[in-house]
Design a protein around this ligand. Structure first.
Ligand code: ADP
Ligand code: ZN
Length: 734
């Protein structure tokens, strides 16, 4: 339907056009062009039944409907039309991920108020008045306003974010604590200035920056892996690529995996370019989201820093996409549309002739392989910036240095931490397990408390004084008597979580100042930022953390990292386990010794001879990837083969399992093209939120076009009510 390379279609009044809506219909609808005609790509409102809905003029109508019944487009919106490259991109993502186009349009129009754009809006912001008295509800509102300092909210949105009724907002407005303002909507973002001075780059940083800039100057698509140890200055380097992109007058997108990181990042960005970029992620208010969407679309937002969904913003002139920490698993969306933001970034750039920079200290195996094969350029930053050196790595063999019962810090690690305390240096104890204890067990009958809705154990969280399921979020009080045998006082916490590790550290190092950084402590972005700043300023001696600390932060006084359980990620049959463990431990170890002082990382393990642990300690990265790649190639799995996960879910196990077996029987078409179907087997988590999950894995050699065959197969399947089927191309676990 899209004709590339030709002038875009213009449809005169009355002409038949195909409109894509975001309604849950798996097809385009025909309409007649309104008075004045309409452009291909125009955002429009069309009548659908009794309603009017948002749509995009996709191309010429197909004439499949009765001409007498075809209605007219009601309204052409005052928004820059969708560019053709965006149409192509959405279509390609849809084809690759087997997603209906209507769902793609929902992703691409996730901004409020597109159909109703008055130029002024009523918003509220923090005022100067004092409330006559404080109530818990008022406190919540003020906390949100302080948290998002300087931001404007729609009154209803503020009420929703604070979890209070709109009357609380009205009360605060009456007292002048909150003021109402009429502000113009959708003002352009302030201009960024690439000519402000950058840091003085080291020769290797400068050469990396020059290479990236040279790619941009070609104006052609290119992907570069920017590989450099943590602290080598990757961010400084890619900011210079952003500067070049700005000088060319093109737009840039910086994808970051974790919202927590953006705070630190935004400050650095502002230092370099004088102003902050536009932001797009779940923490951004509705008014700001709307502004971002529109300004990106009319070219008045030069740089967007955002989460994975910012890939679907309507850029007019996209020149550069940075994917920072490209190996991060949060780039894979497994909800609604299943896609990898890293892979789709490459796809988007290849359509519009942009450069992509994939930055990481520990790239994904896929990226490593693509670089090795010459599909991506690879630039290495070998050394840390300044005097900083990479930490030494040592294994602590727990078979020799055995742990005391109920304790998780070995005597070697205790003495190392004590040595740092004497020197006034910091230590980090890393355990990738949230909460207090992963298991709650009855000492009388052995019962383990599980979630009622999922195939998962309830994790004790002492900080919040409850048990929680990490799959569905369900909480229960910590039981006093066993839910199974009824015996009282015998319930025990088994195994370590960060909270328990913090307890042990407090006991072993009574004079040390301990700071815990874990994603489940409900720290707001601002509280997290200030805690990180405190640590960086030396206001803590021991940092206890989960995966949250593995990312990005600079702690100059940190010289000792203890990885409490190195073996944690190596259990379980997942083929990616080795890769993940390798990445995570390298990242955490990379926190140590970022300033003048050299750091050491101690890895507590029961299997120091495990190839992954050995590779980490020896620092043999390319050897490790080589071996990993070889084993994947032998197994014929991604990136050497194609794979799709088919997950069937439903409330009744027997029904779900019958459907799965039926699916296998009807998969002849897949086998005919050379694919193999494995399963049915329970999905990695067999029950979530009361729904059973059974999975099939479809594997095919690289040359096989899996998607069309999967689509044809799916089209012939009638699922019973209540049963759902998701197709996940390139699943994370296999
Ligand atoms: P990475 O992104 O590779 O982890 P960063 O870009 O964050 O590395 O750099 C690590 C630290 O070193 C940052 O505080 C950064 O400002 C500093 N830094 C890196 N390169 C330079 C430079 N050329 N001049 C001054 N400071 C630098
Ligand atoms: Zn659950």
């Amino acid at each position: 339907m899209i004709e590339t390379g030709q002038t875009r279609g213009f449809y005169a009044q009355g002409a038949l056009v195909a409109v894509l809506t975001a309604q849950p219909l798996d097809r385009f609808l025909d309409y007649k062009a309104p008075e004045g005609g309409v452009m291909q790509g125009a955002y429009v409102e069309v009548p659908l039944g009794p309603r009017k809905v948002l749509g995009v003029v996709w191309g010429a109508g197909e004439g499949k409907f009765d001409p007498a019944k075809i209605r007219k487009i009601s309204n052409v919106l005052d928004v820059a039309p969708m560019r053709e490259e965006m149409q192509i991109f959405l279509q390609k993502v849809a084809d690759y991920t087997l997603t209906p186009m209507t769902a793609m349009l929902r992703l691409a129009t996730r901004a409020p108020g597109l159909t109703n754009p008055p130029s002024m809006q009523r918003v509220v912001a923090l005022g100067s008045g004092q409330p006559d008295r404080m109530t818990p509800a008022r406190e919540k509102v003020l906390a949100v306003l302080e948290e998002q300092e300087g931001q404007h909210f729609m009154p209803s949105e503020l009420a929703q974010m604070a979890g209070v009724t709109p009357s609380v907002i009205k009360g605060l407005v009456k007292q002048g604590v909150i003021v109402e303002l009429e502000t113009p909507r959708d003002v352009p973002y302030p201009k960024l200035d690439p000519s402000l001075p950058s840091k003085t780059l080291t020769p290797s940083q400068a050469s990396a920056a020059t290479q990236l800039q040279a790619h941009l100057q070609t104006g052609a698509y290119q992907t570069t892996l920017l590989k450099g140890v943590t602290g080598s200055g990757k961010t400084e380097v890619y900011l210079e690529a952003v500067a070049e992109c700005l000088r060319q007058g093109r737009q840039a997108l910086v994808l970051l995996p974790e919202i927590a990181l953006t705070v630190e990042f935004l400050d650095r960005f502002e230092t370099r370019f004088g102003r902050r970029p536009a932001e797009w992620h779940s923490g951004v208010t509705m008014t700001e989201r709307r502004r971002c969407w529109r300004m990106v679309g009319q070219g008045d937002a030069q740089v967007v820093v955002g989460a994975r969904s910012s890939l679907y913003l309507p850029f007019q002139n996209l020149g550069l996409i940075i994917v920072d920490e490209e190996h991060d698993t949060s780039y894979k969306q497994e909800d609604g549309v299943f896609y990898s933001a890293r892979d789709m970034a490459v796809m988007r750039a290849s359509i519009c002739g942009a450069s992509v920079v994939l930055a990481s200290a520990t790239p994904s195996l896929e990226t490593w392989v693509n670089a090795k094969a010459g599909k991506y350029t690879r630039i290495d930053l070998e050394k840390r910036f300044g005097a900083a050196e990479l930490p030494d790595m040592c294994a602590i063999d727990l078979r020799e240095d055995a742990l005391e019962t109920g304790r998780w810090i070995s005597s070697t690690l205790v003495s190392q931490v004590n040595a740092r305390l004497e020197l006034g240096e910091q230590s980090l104890l890393f355990l990738n397990r949230r909460g207090y204890a992963p298991l709650t067990v009855c000492r009388a009958c052995g019962e383990q408390v599980g979630c009622d809705h999922c195939d998962a154990r309830m994790v004790e969280h002492r900080f919040h004084a409850h048990l929680m399921c990490h799959q569905c979020g369900e909480t229960k009080p910590i039981p006093e008597k066993c839910p199974s045998c009824g015996v009282e006082g015998r319930m025990a916490a088994v195994g370590p979580g960060v909270e328990r590790l913090a307890e042990e550290a407090a006991d072993r190092f009574p004079d040390a100042r301990i700071s815990v950084l874990s994603s489940d402590m409900s720290l707001s972005a601002r509280a997290l930022k200030s805690r990180i700043a405190e640590i960086a300023n030396g206001e803590a001696d021991i940092i206890i953390g989960t995966q949250l600390v593995a990312k990005g932060h600079n702690f100059p006084l940190l010289t000792c990292v203890g990885v409490i359980d190195c073996d944690l990620g190596l259990q379980g049959g997942d083929l990616r386990a080795a890769e993940r463990t390798f990445q995570l431990i390298r990242q955490v170890a990379g926190r140590a010794g970022r300033a003048e002082k050299k750091g050491v990382a101690y890895l507590q393990t029961h299997q120091p001879e495990h190839p992954v642990i050995k590779a980490i300690i020896a620092g043999e990265e390319d050897e490790f990837w080589q071996a990993e790649a070889a084993s994947r190639e032998q197994a014929g799995v991604p990136p050497y083969g194609r794979m799709a996960g088919i997950v069937i879910t439903g409330p009744e196990l027997s029904v779900v399992s019958n459907v799965a077996q039926h699916l296998v029987r009807t998969s002849i078409g897949l086998r005919q093209i050379g694919a193999e179907v494995y399963g049915p087997a329970p999905a990695p988590i067999a029950r979530v939120r009361g729904k059973h999950r059974i999975r099939l894995l479809v594997k095919a050699p690289k040359g096989v076009m899996l998607q069309p065959a999967l689509a044809a197969w799916r089209a012939g399947i009638r699922l019973p009510n209540n049963v759902r089927m998701n197709i996940d191309i390139d699943p994370q676990s296999f």
